[in-house]
Design a binder for this molecule. Structure first.
Ligand code: NAP
Length: 554
């Protein structure tokens, strides 16, 4: 999600790229068995294997299983070995660990891109988005660790005088929780998902058990192989579970945390699990989102801001075949501009070549799995029943380039239009996780804001306008419903990376449907992994004990 880092070019292909121990299927493709990295070793599941495929060809690539893994022991190992090892390090030393992780992954960037193309169905550019996002976020948190220096804990804000005497004072101390962070990730960002969560937890001093989605776990497995091989990870600091979660979450305790990214229904199920509720396990959920782009009434067709809106919207629909939590799903434009915007977007989308993502001129690959394709088609039906109609693309007609006939989980980009946006309930309530968005008219800024709010909480919404009054009306009305707002204008047309890029310095997460969570945001992200304790007592004694410089004292 960030620009590539200035590290040296890729090192020679690592040994694992030769896929030692692979067997061949009758299609001739090599199939490997993924292992989990738990309790300091690679462990193969004992049965009930899931098969991972190439979504462009449907050829099997790998199999994985977690059968036989003792998840209680995995968590205990993290608490017993990883936690103390990390807490013994200063922030600067944890930062150095993250820097190492970023560097060694960057050295095998090309091999990781290949794994992403093969198992994720990503184009090369989509794969870089995931992998550079992983190394970039690790590097960002490495630099934060460096800045925090030799401390191991943090004190928040100045001390507060509590009563009449200035001697009696209160501070807020942040210490790493002495449990384990379990990270459960979605299928769409196997590298970034693992790294962005791990970077924050490790910097806070909390060991991690990371569980990628099974269907696209090959890339996360490759990432972990490289980290184990070259990053000199402290024992127990980072474990990887490749395959089903089994009873992993049943063993979470009061010092543990769960950070989940995935479907809202899964998130709701997980946060209601009895052990999680009964032991007050801290939970962060990143879930579905019906992100909106609002084109301001002031924006003239053909202007820089209009072009930015078109460019962003077409990219957000098609990057990673629309399988991004930050993708734009609802496009709101002034009623007078509806036909013109439709024409221009259709023109942009018709230039997107769909096909085998390994081909250079292909701009959009397949969906990641067969169930994804089924869900997207079902979602399209739902949107149409709700009053939207397709103005470009189709649920079934697609002719992917460079792919055997009938193979792969392909769908063309689909643009829908709903002329009665307030009546099109499903458009505001059902996330179709593919290259799909709906164009809708609005009357005025108040109406646009009301339509955005119908999404009941978004990760990111975008406002395109050069009119300050218009921005003010939209921004303050939309903010309570948004985790992030990108304000697109002529002045940033050359600089903006669009709403889809998650920056580690800004919070990622959104209210309501989006899960109600928050990740990243620089130091803010660490709070999830800290216990914040109010400490009250004699100011001079606390200043010395907590290491607060007199200038910091209130
Ligand atoms: P999913 O089906 O909910 O799966 C997400 C993860 O949860 C996978 O690792 C899955 O493991 C695991 N899981 C499922 N059931 C579980 C259970 N009972 N116990 C423990 N773990 C369980 O979601 P997905 O299909 O991978 O991802 C698509 C969804 O994610 C979309 O709705 C999208 O909006 C959302 N998403 C949100 C964000 C965000 O930041 N807000 C980012 C990306 C995606 P298995 O694969 O082994 O089943």
């Amino acid at each position: 999600m960030l620009a590539p880092l200035p590290y040296p070019p890729a090192a020679p292909t690592p040994a694992w790229c030769t896929m030692r121990g692979a067997r061949r299927t009758n299609t001739g493709d090599a199939v490997i068995t993924l292992k989990s990295y738990v309790q300091g070793q690679w462990v193969e599941g004992s049965g009930d294997f899931a098969t991972l495929v190439n979504p462009a060809t449907e050829a099997p690539l790998a199999r994985t299983s977690t059968a036989g893994i003792d998840f209680a022991a995995v968590l205990d190992y993290a608490r017993r070995e990883g936690g103390p090892a990390l807490r013994a390090l200063t922030f600067a030393q944890r930062g150095a660990l993250l820097k190492r992780m970023s560097k060694v992954l960057f050295e095998v960037r090309d091999a990781l891109i290949d794994a992403s193309i093969a198992n994720g169905g990503t184009t090369r550019s989509d794969a870089k988005f995931d992998i550079d996002g992983a190394t970039g976020t690790l590097a960002f948190y490495a630099a934060l660790g460096d800045k925090l220096g030799n401390a191991r804990t943090l004190v928040e804000g100045p001390g507060e005088q509590l009563l009449r005497s200035p001697r009696f004072c209160g501070y807020h101390l942040k210490t790493p929780r002495v449990g384990v962070a379990v990270h459960v990730n979605a299928f769409n960002f196997p590298a970034w998902g693992l790294a962005e969560k791990a970077a924050v937890a490790l910097l806070a001093g909390v060991p991690v058990v990371s569980k990628p989605a099974t269907a696209t776990a090959l890339l996360a497995f490759r990432v972990m192989e490289r980290l184990v091989e070259a990053a000199d990870l402290p024992l127990g600091a980072l474990q990887l579970v490749c395959g089903g979660a089994g009873d992993l979450l049943e063993h979470l305790g009061p010092q543990d945390v769960l950070a989940f990214t995935g479907a809202g229904s899964t998130g709701a199920h997980l946060r209601a699990l009895a052990p999680i509720v009964q032991r007050s396990v801290r939970v962060n959920v990143e879930a579905d989102s019906l992100n909106a782009a609002v084109l301001g009434a002031d924006v003239e067709p053909g202007s820089d801001t209009y072009q930015l809106f078109l460019r962003d919207t077409a990219r957000e629909m098609t990057q990673k075949a629309g399988q991004k939590c930050t993708a734009t799903r609802r496009i709101l434009v002034p009623a007078t501009q509806l036909d013109r915007v439709q024409e221009d977007l259709v023109e942009s989308l018709s230039r997107v070549r769909v096909g085998d993502p390994a081909l250079d001129d292909v701009r959009m690959g397949p969906l990641a799995t067969a169930p994804q394709l089924r869900d997207v088609r079902a979602g399209l039906e739902l949107l149409q029943k709700s009053g939207a109609h397709i103005v470009f693309g189709s649920a079934t007609d697609v002719a992917p380039a460079g792919v055997p006939a009938g193979k792969g989980y392909f769908i063309a980009p689909v643009l829908l239009r709903a002329d009665q946006p307030h009546a099109a309930n499903a458009v505001h309530a059902h996330e179709v996780f593919g290259p799909v968005a709906t164009l809708m008219p609005y009357r005025d800024a108040g109406d646009a804001a009301a339509l955005v709010a119908r999404g009941e909480g978004s990760l990111v919404n975008t406002i395109y306008t050069d009119d300050r009054a218009n921005l003010e009306t939209l921004l303050f009305a939309i903010a309570p419903h948004s985790g992030r707002i990108l304000c697109g204008s002529a002045k940033i047309a050359e600089h903006s990376v669009g709403p889809g890029a998650v920056m580690p310095s800004c919070v990622h997460g959104g209210p309501g449907r989006a899960g109600g969570g928050e990740e990243l945001g620089g130091l803010r992200g660490l709070d999830f992994y800290f216990q914040r304790t109010a400490v009250q007592g004699d100011r001079a004694l606390l200043d010395r004990t907590l290491g607060v410089a007199p200038a910091d004292a209130g």
